[in-house]
Design a protein around this ligand. Structure first.
Ligand code: SAM
Length: 287
């Protein structure tokens, strides 16, 4: 008897399809070659699929998180902008980031001594290290300390510890909902050193404008400086994606820091232009 397919997958004319439920009236489907890995963790349903268009992809609860073809755009954009703004980042905290793509980018900075990566779900990290090498790069740098815990609980106990915090969360449903709350950003403020800064993914300006606006407002209420930037990530709904930086002191980037890094998407011109926001976003966040 054939094994029952996970609810997110279906067969049409002999082909396997993943259908992502984006919105009440929008579905996106990907034709799938193979199911590479599939298991339930205590937190979510975890799959690594091999797709025709985007290569291998990590899928959590039926939602595409990152892929071999476009994962680098998101991971470089959420990592290098803040690392080039802070003049001397030594201790970096990643909350979420289970695909290890962000940690891989941070490891490109020699100044960084320690990277604490706190993901609630060990299964995601193990699956990506083994089955998603293009994104995770295998990741064996000894500076990375894996901590499997809820990011909110971890951050609550930290004070004056990190130079940079990167919140690489999944969408604000399920276990990641708490990573969009104001009390969490307050804990991050406390966990940062006196000149520290944080960055988070703040969702689609087109399909999740309320979340984006709320995230920007919440971070503005806590941090001395706040800025939003965008990038286009093809597998995220609408393509256009927003990121929000909250900083206690620094907001100017140093282009020289990026020059020697091995990147595929980000460069000096991208960092300069990514803060230029379309008019509809400026109106939503009222700056
Ligand atoms: N780049 C992706 C995106 O924008 O969709 C997200 C990448 S990463 C896979 C998201 C990670 O957040 C997952 O590995 C998930 O386990 C983790 N996560 C969700 N809720 C969490 C929480 N409360 N604490 C720590 N990690 C959490």
């Amino acid at each position: 008897m054939e094994k029952k397919l996970p609810v997110y997958l279906s067969k049409k004319n002999g082909d396997l399809w993943l259908t992502e439920d984006e919105h009440e009236s929008l579905n996106i489907s990907y034709r799938i070659k193979n199911i590479i890995f599939e298991e339930n963790s205590p937190f979510q349903h975890v799959m690594v699929l091999d797709s025709y268009t985007f290569g291998r992809m990590l899928v959590l609860d039926g939602i595409v998180q990152t892929t071999s073809i476009d994962g680098h755009i998101y991971n470089e954009m959420i990592s290098h902008v803040s690392l080039c703004i802070h003049p001397d980042p030594k201790r970096v905290l990643i909350i979420g980031g289970g695909d290890c793509g962000v940690a891989k980018e941070i490891c490109k900075y020699d100044s960084v001594d320690q990277i604490d990566m706190v993901d609630i779900d060990k299964l995601v990290v193990e699956a990506c290290k083994t089955h998603l090498p293009k994104v995770s790069g295998g990741l064996s740098d000894p500076r990375v300390r894996f901590i499997f815990e809820d990011g909110v609980k971890f951050a609550q106990n930290k004070e004056d510890t990190y130079d940079v915090i990167i919140v690489d969360s999944s969408d604000p449903i399920g276990p990641a909902r708490v990573l969009f709350e104001k009390s969490f950003y307050q804990s991050l403020y406390k966990a940062l050193k006196g000149d520290g800064l944080m960055v988070c993914q703040s969702q689609s300006p087109i399909f999740h404008s309320e979340v984006m606006k709320q995230t920007f407002e919440r971070i503005s209420e806590i941090f001395e400086k706040v800025k939003m930037y965008t990038a286009v990530v093809p597998t995220y709904p609408g393509g256009l994606w927003s990121f929000t930086i909250g900083s206690k002191r620094y907001m100017n980037f140093n282009p020289a820091k990026l020059s020697q890094k091995d990147t595929y998407y980000i460069n000096e011109q991208i960092i300069e232009s990514c803060f230029s926001l379309p008019q509809f976003i400026l109106e939503q966040i009222k700056i």
